[in-house]
Ligand binder design. Structure first.
Ligand code: ARG
Length: 547
């Protein structure tokens, strides 16, 4: 039971009785008491009464027996101090529950989450890191809450660039023998030829046509490229401890056969306009800098289908075949307008019914020390696998290095940019992955050293009480993270919990306390460790028993 919610439910009828209308008690965590309600101040105007008088009447009417003490303070706040006995009882219940007192959501939703989604034949770069890490954390969280989560890896495995790649491949003896790192150089070489050699360009265009027409040898080359890229992606997921597997690949090529139908249906519904030979949708409300309506290009002038057409087909499939209630797209913020337009067109076409939600979960960039997009010294984009190699080399334990990178990515609001700074990420103090991992390992060693079993919780010291209240904050933190899709709220919570534990351990003896106190404190240790473990699992950050 979320404590705020319980206090809210008790205060609401008391406020309603005093005010003669429904009132939101607006219960908040407060530095002045455990919780505070400022609702009496908000009501004073409409009731034409002094707020302290209203607060006093509510305090007299509310039934919080056994839960909390209520006092009126300042201009008319209600201060709520939770009873120690109530806290202890709630923690005992949580300690006996494998889900730490967090019930599964009452109405599970089918949620399709599109994340990672790198492009074929190009190695994953650091830009794909955030989608992979943030997306995986959200998928874990929603899963754990009891939703029916479908992960989708919408890899870029189709389109005009493949003409140039496949043609270059066909003309390079032994071409697919490359490792994927080699494929990045391979991609560049193909690009140079495409940009400089007119004849090659023509052959590359014919290759696209051959690929689209299902030409056998061309398809075979393509399949080799797909297989090699997928293998490399899976190797990265494995190193990162990301829950994406081969079963989640659903690349752009999957929707090829749907695209003509998508265009036909949009045309039939009067949603397409021809513009310079291309077929475009102009959803209402989207204009460019010059004020002109912004097109969503569904079919290009050369007859090819682009990124938008594929996304429309994928969306329709996720709603009508997969039965999604919610669609999530974890993709960098620069694609914000693309998604808003795709959603608008899909709504207009009837593919995205009102009861199905679609959300673009954007995120900021990873910056270098110079405050610009992270680049290598030579000015190239940073390869993800190279970055992970460096994490392994820098950290004393590879699990610490990977966790440090992931945690640094998850601990700030996803919408913001952040500076990639090894020293800060790997620091063992502050809000970092290593700090949490050390805290977790340390608590485990305390529990191992102590003899005696955990027992019923009794609250005596202030630091003990603060830790106990922090433990009760787990469920609210998860709810706060899941709603706006903000994993950093879990990170902040875990950091606060680990800090509360440190203060507790500084002030309260555990191992050499007298038996009743010891068993209570061991129970607090154990519950802290389990909460950290679960929270870290939801972030996808490994919790090590020993470091
Ligand atoms: N492959 C794209 C890129 O690297 C991301 C795809 C995101 N998902 C989607 N359904 N459009 O930019």
């Amino acid at each position: 039971m979320i404590l705020e919610a319980l206090l809210h439910d008790r205060l609401a009828p008391a406020f309603a009785a005093v005010a003669g209308m429904p009132v939101d008690p607006a219960v908040r965590v407060s530095p002045h008491a455990d919780f505070q309600s400022g609702a009496a101040l908000a009501l004073a105007g409409s009731l034409h009464r002094p707020p302290r008088e209203i607060a006093a009447e509510v305090a007299a009417a509310v039934d919080l027996a056994g839960i909390a003490e209520v006092t009126v303070s300042g201009p008319g706040f209600l201060n709520l101090t939770v009873a120690d006995g109530w806290i202890a009882g709630a923690l005992d219940a949580i300690a006996g529950d494998p889900r730490l007192g967090v019930p599964p959501v009452p109405v599970p939703k089918r949620i399709v989450i599109d994340y990672s989604s790198p492009n074929l034949a190009k190695e994953m770069h650091v830009g794909h890191l955030r989608s992979t890490i943030v997306g995986d954390s959200l998928a874990r969280l929603l899963d754990w809450q009891g939703h029916d989560v479908h992960r989708v890896n919408h890899i870029g495995d189709w389109g005009t660039p493949f003409g140039m790649l496949l043609e270059h491949l066909a003309e390079t003896p032994g071409g697919t023998g490359h490792s994927l790192a080699g494929l990045t150089a391979f991609y560049r070489a193909a690009r140079v030829r495409f940009d400089t050699d007119e004849d090659f360009r023509t052959r590359a265009r014919l290759r696209v046509v051959a690929l689209q027409n299902g030409d056998g040898p061309t398809r075979e080359l393509w399949r080799r490229l797909v297989a090699q890229s997928e293998k490399a992606f899976l190797a990265v997921y494995d190193r990162l401890g990301v829950t994406l597997g081969p079963e989640h690949f659903a690349g752009e090529s999957t929707y090829q056969d749907e695209l003509a139908g998508i265009v036909a249906e949009l045309a039939e519904k009067g949603l397409l306009i021809e513009s310079d030979g291309a077929l475009c949708a102009f959803p209402a409300g989207f204009t460019g800098r010059d004020g002109a309506p912004l097109p969503l290009i569904v079919r290009k002038a050369d007859g090819g289908f682009g990124y938008a057409a594929t996304d429309l087909a994928a969306l329709r499939h996720r709603v009508s075949d997969l039965g999604a209630d919610e669609l999530l797209y974890v993709v960098g913020s620069p694609q914000r307008i693309h998604f808003r337009m795709v959603f608008a067109v899909a709504r207009a076409a009837g593919w995205l019914p009102g009861e199905v939600s679609a959300e673009h979960i954007g995120f900021g960039s990873i910056l270098g020390a110079d405050g610009k997009m992270l680049k290598t010294r030579a000015g190239d984009t940073v390869r993800l696998s190279g970055l992970l190699d460096e994490a392994d080399a820098r950290a004393t334990d590879p699990a610490l290095g990977i966790a440090a990178i992931k945690y640094a990515d998850l601990s700030g609001d996803r919408r913001g940019d952040y500076v990639f700074d090894w020293d800060r990420m790997l620091a063992s103090t502050g809000n970092t992955g290593p700090y949490l991992q050390f805290a977790y390992a340390r608590i485990g060693s305390i529990a191992r050293k102590a003899d005696g079993a955990p027992g019923p919780i009794r609250i005596t010291e202030p630091a003990e009480r603060a830790l106990a209240l922090a433990l009760l904050g787990f469920e609210p933190a998860l709810t706060a993270a899941a709603g706006p899709r903000e994993p950093h709220r879990i990170a902040t919570y875990l950091y606060d919990l680990a800090s509360a534990f440190s203060r507790f351990y500084e002030r309260c003896r555990v191992i050499d306390a007298e038996p009743g106190t010891r068993s209570s404190r061991l129970a607090l240790c154990e519950l802290t460790a389990r909460t950290l473990h679960t929270g870290m699992f939801l972030l996808g950050v490994e919790a090590l028993d020993q470091i």
